[in-house]
Design a protein around this ligand. Structure first.
Ligand SMILES: [Fe+2]
Ligand SMILES: [Fe+2]
Length: 263
């Protein structure tokens, strides 16, 4: 299967099954010899129940103390699942928008998509175990609103890997602890697994940020210069600051220090 066809299918799928499906023949057989012309789509196709909802319909994120109530756990998991869905779509979007990106960048992106599909499936299944369905609650388009400003692979990694996913290095362990505290070890284990993968995803961003940082500049400086549309360093961190996870992802000391000072 051509990589561009797989990416198009992820973007234009109108069922959750198709958003979760791998390529025909498996990921290793994907053919990227014909990446096609650049196409920067402005919005994904969605199953009707996952159409982007107006702000007025959105539900409030639960307080961590209330996560023992299945309804509140579902609310949190629904938000996390939506992030995974948008990650899959924005990764497919990047493959179509940057046909000229280095082959290693495109191949790395495919590995990230496989992980994000696995994450989405974990959340979808857990939501079902708790008596609901992904799509029962309204979903936002937070990541998608950034897409038009992501005019280069560097801007893309700064937004996706190094802002949304970097933030998850703090958020995932934070919610893991809260789910564990209220006795939901099943959800806690899912968050733990996703956190481990997220270190690699931030690592993908760290690798390409380094690659695109000119001599004589710091990676943190280039990161800040390439942040677009309502992304800023403060959005890439949570209530607790996990320096070790950032170092494990390959972010250098100047970058970690810069993040620590970001308010
Ligand atoms: Fe993920
Ligand atoms: Fe990720």
């Amino acid at each position: 299967m051509r990589l561009r066809d797989f990416a198009e299918r992820l973007l234009h799928a109108t069922t959750l099954e198709q958003k979760l499906a791998g390529p025909e023949g498996g990921f290793h057989a994907l053919d990227d010899r014909d990446p096609g012309p650049p196409q920067a789509w402005s919005a994904p196709s969605r199953p009707a129940e996952l159409a982007i909802a107006p702000r007025s319909r959105r539900v409030k994120f639960p307080h961590p103390d209330n996560l023992a109530e299945p309804e509140m756990a579902v609310r949190a998991l629904h938000t996390f699942a939506n992030h995974e869905l948008m990650a899959i779509e924005l990764m497919a979007w990047a493959l179509l928008a940057y046909p000229d990106a280095p082959p290693a960048f495109r191949a790395g992106m495919v590995r990230l998509i496989a992980d994000e599909q696995r994450h989405l499936k974990l959340y979808v299944d857990r939501i079902r175990e708790l008596g609901a369905n992904f799509g029962d609650l309204p979903v936002n388009d937070h990541f998608w609103r950034c897409a038009p400003s992501l005019t280069s692979p560097l801007k893309w990694v700064c937004a996706m890997n190094l802002t949304f996913e970097q933030g998850n290095l703090d958020h995932a362990p934070y919610f893991e602890q809260h789910f564990r505290r209220v006795g939901d070890t099943v959800t806690a284990q899912i968050l733990e697994q996703i956190f481990e993968d997220e270190i690699h995803h931030v690592g993908f961003g760290a690798r390409w940020l380094k690659e695109y940082t000119p001599e004589g500049h710091s990676t943190f400086e280039i990161y800040c210069q390439n942040l677009t549309f309502h992304n800023e360093p403060a959005r890439a961190r949570g209530a607790i600051f996990n320096s070790d996870a950032r170092r494990a992802a390959g972010l250098d000391e100047i970058f970690v220090e810069g993040m620590l000072r970001a308010t």
